[in-house]
Design a protein around this ligand. Structure first.
Ligand code: SAH
Length: 269
């Protein structure tokens, strides 16, 4: 392993939850860090791998309180490294996928702080795998798009060309999209996707609480509401979702519908 030098920052992806998905470099960083600056989506079981002597600083959102501003987080990283500490900046998933890792790395570069980027398993790939849904499969798609469901204002991102996305990406994986789920399914249908196209929502992927809701563009928003599953979740739209019928492998991850089935109907598998 490369040495974790005092006065440097490692910007590390912690994966979606399961500590088994940490890279060896991430485990090495956890074992040797003096200070760990971590986000809300970093699983406790991952943090538990660090020695008790490492200082832990939480910089995520908690209990409705807003997270510290990005500029405050980067200033903190620079300050801790300036004290000669080995600073582990730990982020959920991959630091460079919807993680603002680029902004932090740019600030470190500008401040002349030595840094290293350690990629992690992103939720849009690892979470799908744990749900038995391949991101690509030769029979269904030669392309896949990762899309964020909201921009800085909380609404649907306005810089996405939805018709082009609907035409060009047979599989669309949406992050941070649960609040906008109904709006997103409407926008994708309007942009040309079939209402009966399969969709899966994978909530708390790779953790003991993983739950998967399946439906179509037309039904998924209602089903998610009925099942009561919430964020964090990745949403996958496309024919690959059908493979879950044969590839689901995590026991007990089918979210039960909370609504009773209509009279006389048997619930679907
Ligand atoms: N850098 C992260 C993404 C951060 S944005 C990565 O590469 O995975 C936060 C979003 O990631 C959440 O809104 C959700 O869409 C997704 N996410 C993160 N962890 C998840 C998990 N365990 N299960 C499902 N989705 C997850």
């Amino acid at each position: 392993m490369p040495p974790f030098a005092p006065g440097s920052v490692w910007l590390v992806g912690a994966g979606p939850g399961d500590p088994g998905l940490l890279t060896l470099a991430a485990a090495h960083a956890l074992a040797h860090a003096d200070a760990i600056v971590y986000d809300a989506l970093v699983d406790d079981s991952v943090l538990a791998l660090a020695p008790a002597t490492a200082v832990r600083e939480f910089v995520g959102k908690r209990g409705g309180r807003p997270s510290p501003r990005q500029s405050e987080i980067t200033a903190r990283l620079v300050a801790l490294a300036g004290q000669g500490l080995r600073v582990l900046r730990l982020k959920g998933g991959d630091p460079f996928v919807f993680g603002r890792g680029a902004e932090e790395a740019l600030a470190l570069a500008a401040a002349g702080i030595p840094f290293r980027i350690v990629p992690g398993v992103t939720a849009g790939i690892g979470g799908l795998a744990y749900a038995g849904i391949p991101a690509t499969s030769r029979d269904t798609n030669s392309a896949v798009a990762f899309v964020t469901g909201h921009d800085a204002s909380g609404g649907l991102p306005d810089d996405i060309d939805w018709p082009a996305l609907a035409r060009g990406a047979p599989v669309i994986v949406l992050y941070m999209a649960m609040r906008q789920l109904a709006a997103l399914t409407a926008v994708l249908t309007e942009a040309g996707r079939r209402p009966d196209e399969p969709v899966a929502v994978v909530s708390r992927a790779t953790t003991a609480g993983q739950r998967v809701v399946q439906g179509t563009l037309a039904t998924i928003a209602d089903r998610v509401r009925a099942a009561g599953v919430g964020a964090p979740a990745v949403i996958v739209v496309g024919e690959v979702v059908r493979l879950r019928d044969r590839l689901a492998w995590v026991p007990g991850d089918v979210a039960p519908a909370l609504d009773p089935p209509p009279d006389g109907a048997t619930s679907e598998a």
